[in-house]
Write a protein that binds this ligand. Structure first.
Ligand code: SF4
Length: 112
């Protein structure tokens, strides 16, 4: 399938899914375009659009937790960062994604 068309398919599908989770695409269009391009290539190679920023381990159950958009599996962690791990998606209220940073899951405070 044509790469541009597939990227547009991802955009359409992801927009609906992440909207319901309180997220939107990163306003940095160059970053979004780059990451979607990577996902198209990954899908061609592995059969699913796994995360461009997380390692595939080769176990289906584990790997499906990093199939984009993986937000439901990591919501507490991503909500704390206000972005997903790659930064493809950010919280709806984020206007300047350059202020955000990756924070390891182990550094996310646990609830008392
Ligand atoms: S971290 Fe972001 S880009 Fe990577 S799979 Fe999850 S939602 Fe997609």
């Amino acid at each position: 399938m044509d790469t541009t068309k597939r990227k547009e398919d991802f955009r359409t599908y992801y927009t609906a899914v992440v909207d319901a989770l309180g997220y939107k695409f990163n306003p940095d269009q160059e970053l979004v375009d780059f990451l979607l391009e990577q996902e198209v290539q990954i899908e061609r190679k592995f059969g699913s659009p796994f995360c461009p920023c997380q390692a595939i381990v080769g176990e289906r159950e584990e790997d499906m937790k990093i199939c984009c958009p993986c937000i439901p599996f990591h919501k507490k962690h991503f909500d704390y960062m206000k972005q997903c791990w790659c930064g493809l998606f950010v919280h709806k209220d984020v206007t300047d994604p350059s202020t955000l940073r990756q924070i390891p899951a182990c550094d996310v405070p646990t609830e008392e």
